[in-house]
Design a protein around this ligand. Structure first.
Ligand code: HEM
Length: 217
C-alpha cells in the first residue's frame, strides 16, 4: 500500500496509537473497578464487559498493525491469515460488547456515537472477512483498510479532545458556564462523532481514492 510504502508512517502511527491508548487502557487490565474512568452504575456486569471490550480492542489494534506490515504480508502469508482471523474475531467480540456498554450510558449523543461506531466497525470487518473468504482480495483490502480506520477512532477521538475543548471555550467566549468539568463533559459527548467522521474521510479521500486512481492509470 502506497500510504505505508516506506512503512515509516506505519511505525509513527503505531507509536502514536500506543502512546494515546495505553494510558487509558492499561489501568483496566488490573481488573480493579476502582480504577475505572467510566462511571460505573450498580450493575455487576458493566465493569467485566468494559474490561473485556478493552482487552479484545487492544488485540484488534495490535493485530491490525501486523496486517499492514508489508514484509509480513509478503514473506509470511500464513501469519497474515491467522493474525487476520484474530483481528476479525477480536473486533467481533469487542464490537458486540461495546453495544452492550451503550445500554449503560445516560447521554443520548454519546450512546448514538458509540452505537454508530460499533455498527460500522462490525460491518466493515465482516465485509473484509467475507471478501477474503471469497478470494476477492481487492475488495478485501479496501474493506480492511476501512475497518482499521474505524479501529483507530479510539485514537483520533482522544486526539480530537484538545481541539474540541478549544472550540468549546471559543464558542462560549472563554466564560465556561458549566466550569471545566462541564466543558470536558460536553466535548466527550461529541468526540466519537468527530473521530469517526475524520477517519472515514481520511480513509476514503486520502487512502482509497488515490489508490483507485493509480490503479486506473
Ligand atoms: C471502534 C470501535 C469501538 C467502540 C464502538 C467502542 C466503544 C466503547 C464504549 C461504549 C466504551 C465505554 C465508554 C463510556 O461508558 O463512557 C469504551 C471505553 C473504552 N474503550 Fe472502546 N470502543 C471501540 C474501540 C476501542 C479500541 C480500538 C480501543 C483500544 C484498545 C478501545 C479502548 C477503550 C478504553 C480504554 C475505554 C475506557 C475509556 C476511559 O477510561 O475513559 N476501544 N469503548
Amino acid at each position: 500500500m502506497r500510504l505505508f510504502k516506506k512503512q515509516k508512517s506505519l511505525w509513527i502511527l503505531f507509536i502514536v496509537s500506543l502512546a494515546v491508548i495505553l494510558p487509558f487502557a492499561a489501568p483496566y487490565l488490573t481488573m480493579n473497578p476502582a480504577v475505572s474512568r467510566v462511571e460505573l452504575n450498580a450493575a455487576k456486569l458493566q465493569f467485566p464487559i468494559l474490561v473485556a471490550h478493552i482487552g479484545f480492542a487492544l488485540v484488534a489494534l495490535l493485530t491490525g498493525f501486523v496486517q499492514f506490515a508489508e514484509p509480513i504480508r509478503r514473506v509470511r502469508p500464513k501469519l497474515h491469515r491467522y493474525a487476520g482471523m484474530l483481528y476479525v474475531a477480536s473486533v467481533g467480540i469487542s464490537g458486540i460488547l461495546a453495544v452492550a456498554l451503550v445500554f449503560y450510558m445516560a447521554s443520548f449523543a454519546k450512546a448514538t456515537g458509540f452505537l454508530m461506531l460499533s455498527g460500522v466497525w462490525l460491518y466493515a470487518s465482516w465485509q473484509g472477512y467475507r471478501h477474503a473468504r471469497a478470494g476477492a482480495y481487492e475488495a478485501h483490502r479496501r474493506w480492511m483498510i476501512r475497518s482499521f480506520g474505524i479501529t483507530l477512532v479510539a485514537v483520533s477521538g482522544r486526539l480530537a479532545m484538545p481541539a474540541l475543548l478549544l472550540a468549546y471555550a471559543l464558542l462560549h467566549g472563554f466564560s465556561l458556564p458549566e466550569g471545566r468539568e462541564g466543558m470536558v463533559r460536553e466535548a466527550l459527548e461529541v468526540n466519537i462523532w468527530v473521530g469517526l467522521l475524520a477517519n472515514m474521510i481520511a480513509v476514503e479521500w486520502f487512502v482509497l481514492k488515490p489508490a483507485a486512481a493509480r490503479a486506473r492509470s
